[in-house]
Design a protein around this ligand. Structure first.
Ligand SMILES: [Zn+2]
Length: 246
């Protein structure tokens, strides 16, 4: 999956705005790497525009996905964050940073941890938007899709929803976006619609993320059409990164 292939494909689909995001460990936590990537990307985009391979009007943003390490700590420095148009913060990259999570194998204990990390992401000054909150990947937990969906449903029933609602009020005030990606449908965790409905009720904005790690997965965005209609998400309810002049 190259940047060039993504941009050409999305031009063909008539996409008007696109945000490219990679995990921050790809930049090896180095400001030189982040800065160099941004400069290279700008060069590539203007070349593709000149060659007529990508739309001239398509807005392109450049973001980074960091993760919560601990309550007040994210895996990115303010200097590196400054190299990007926006910072996504993942509350639940357990595979990378919190292997101990696997001992938290009851829905109630994981519910506490998920809410705690979500609150940490909402309150952290680096956060512009939050990647895949409360979404549990089956492969990570060594469960089948159905088993994970059942576990996740139980977990969400144990979440302190009053505290979650208050956290979402803060997210709305701070203008933080919440990711809505087709992955929750693929994982059959459709009970998360209750969470997304609460986001709507509290005026929290959404960003539509593919969470794609391959080109074909970009097409899965179409799966979201019904959900967007069901939740009544309109253009004004979408989160966008800060404007950036290329
Ligand atoms: Zn992630």
């Amino acid at each position: 999956m190259t940047v060039e292939a993504i941009l050409e494909r999305e031009t063909a689909r008539g996409m008007e705005r696109i945000a490219l995001t990679d995990h921050c460990y790809s930049y090896e936590y180095s400001i030189r790497n982040a800065s160099r990537t941004r400069i290279n990307l700008r060069g590539l985009i203007s070349k593709l525009r000149k060659e007529g391979k990508i739309s001239k009007s398509m807005k392109i943003y450049f973001g980074v996905e960091a993760e919560i390490l601990d309550y007040r700590h994210v895996s990115i420095t303010p200097e590196i964050a400054g190299e990007f148009d926006f910072v996504l913060v993942a509350p639940n990259h357990y595979n990378i940073l919190q292997p101990s999570i696997f001992s938290l194998r009851t829905p109630s204990t994981l519910a506490i941890n998920e809410l705690y990390n979500f609150q940490a992401a909402v309150k952290h000054p680096a956060t512009d938007a939050i990647a895949h909150p409360f979404l549990l990947p089956p492969d990570l937990f060594g469960l089948s899709i159905d088993e994970m969906a059942e576990f996740s449903r139980k977990m969400m029933s144990k979440v302190d929803w009053k505290e979650l609602a208050e956290t979402l009020e803060l997210a709305a005030q701070r203008g933080i976006g919440i990711e809505l990606s087709p992955r929750f449908i693929k994982y059959k965790q459709t009970h998360l619609l209750d969470f997304y409905s609460l986001c709507v009720e509290k005026g929290v904005k959404f960003f539509i993320g593919s969470d794609a790690h391959s080109l074909d997965e970009l097409d899965h965005l179409d799966m979201l059409e019904g959900v967007i209609g069901q939740l009544g998400i309109t253009e004004e309810m979408l989160w966008h990164p800060q404007e950036w002049e290329w």
